[in-house]
Design a protein around this ligand. Structure first.
Ligand code: DAH
Length: 333
């Protein structure tokens, strides 16, 4: 019996030493120490020994053999697991000294660049930045902005409708103006906020129009805000964004969500005018939709296209060029 135990132990230790992987070892664990293993078989055979002393002696040797097999398994498992981990780390190592040719370095798209610069300039003027959802309800996109269902101005927004909820109740926002309402509902005035984002119009694209484009909205709500604050903010923005040689003007216009409303133009250093966006004093109905009392608060709003700014800044002839993702075009900027 004792020589059999010794033989089983030696065989077990030899197969542990020969195991090549942690998985092999886990298999060996069941094989050597499980119910069908040689050691378990010997344990079952203890009962057939003649005397109690013999049983005791053999039992002690058997326990010792099991303990040494367990210890050998654990030790080799730790070793193999460490080796496997080291191999994995070596295989996944990243060479941080590797570098690329300058020409293959990435950069932000010109619309992203314009978006980021606009945010920077407005943050410099004391504004905060907010964003709203691209999928909007009819209420936020139109109704809260003083455009009830019958309003003729709606027909100027060729709207993409989303098949969700009651027919016509969910749209891809046609402008960033609905974020004004969300900001008023969420924040206590004073509010000095710009809201950049992607907008959608169901339009045929041409050299100056895209169906998917970007706008930045501005909203100021405070006590005693006047049209002079609006004109001064537009002028300060123009100089900060375009440079000292530029100026701005407001031209009377109409928007349902502002009263009075204006269009604002930028004067370039050569004296020509560039139409930029719309603005005006926030309409009392819009303040009410945002949960504010028009007797207590007043404010102004403005909105303009970001893609347009990028197009003008870089002298791009056709806005569609900006989205064809032709690297020869994109890599110029
Ligand atoms: N939402 C308008 C548009 O998409 C632009 C606009 C005009 C925004 C006047 C304003 C505003 O905030 O006051 O054409």
């Amino acid at each position: 019996m004792l020589t059999e135990i010794e033989a089983a132990r030696t065989a077990a230790l030899a197969s542990i030493a020969a195991a090549g992987s942690a998985d092999d070892l886990r298999r060996l664990d069941t094989e050597l120490l499980g119910k069908k293993g040689a050691l378990a078989g010997l344990k079952a055979g203890l009962g057939r020994l003649a005397t109690v002393d013999e049983k005791k002696a053999a039992g002690a040797v058997l326990n010792d053999a099991v303990a040494s097999v367990e210890a050998a398994l654990a030790e080799r498992l730790a070793l193999l697991a460490r080796e496997e981990r080291n191999l994995q780390l070596a295989a996944e190592a990243i060479d941080l000294t590797e570098h690329f040719r300058p020409s293959s370095r990435g950069r932000a798209h010109i619309v992203t660049q314009a978006w980021q610069r606009l945010e920077d300039v407005f943050v410099g003027l004391g504004f905060q930045v907010a964003e709203g959802p691209e999928v909007e309800t009819d209420w936020y996109n139109f109704e809260a902005l003083n455009m009830p269902p019958s309003h003729p101005a709606r027909s100027m927004h060729d709207t993409f409708y989303i098949d969700h909820g009651a027919p016509g109740s969910t749209v891809l926002r046609t402008h960033t103006s609905p974020v004004q309402i969300r900001v008023m509902q969420e924040l206590e005035p004073p509010i000095y906020m710009v809201m950049p984002g992607r907008v959608f119009r169901n339009e045929t694209t041409d050299s100056t129009h895209l169906a998917v484009f970007h706008q930045i909205e501005g909203l100021v709500i405070d006590r005693g805000i006047t049209l002079a604050d609006l004109a001064g903010t537009i002028e300060a923005f123009t100089k900060a964004f375009f440079g000292e040689g530029f100026g701005s003007r407001l031209r009377p216009s109409y928007f349902p969500f502002t009263e009075p409303s204006a269009e604002f133009d930028i004067r370039t250093p050569d004296g020509s005018w560039l139409e930029l966006g719309g603005c005006g004093m926030v309409h009392p109905n819009v303040l009410r939709a945002g949960g504010l009392d028009p007797e207590e608060w007043s404010g102004f709003a403005f909105g303009f296209g970001i893609d347009r700014m990028a197009k003008e800044r870089h002298g791009v002839g056709d806005v569609r060029e900006m989205y064809t993702n032709d690297l020869r075009f994109i890599e110029q900027f």
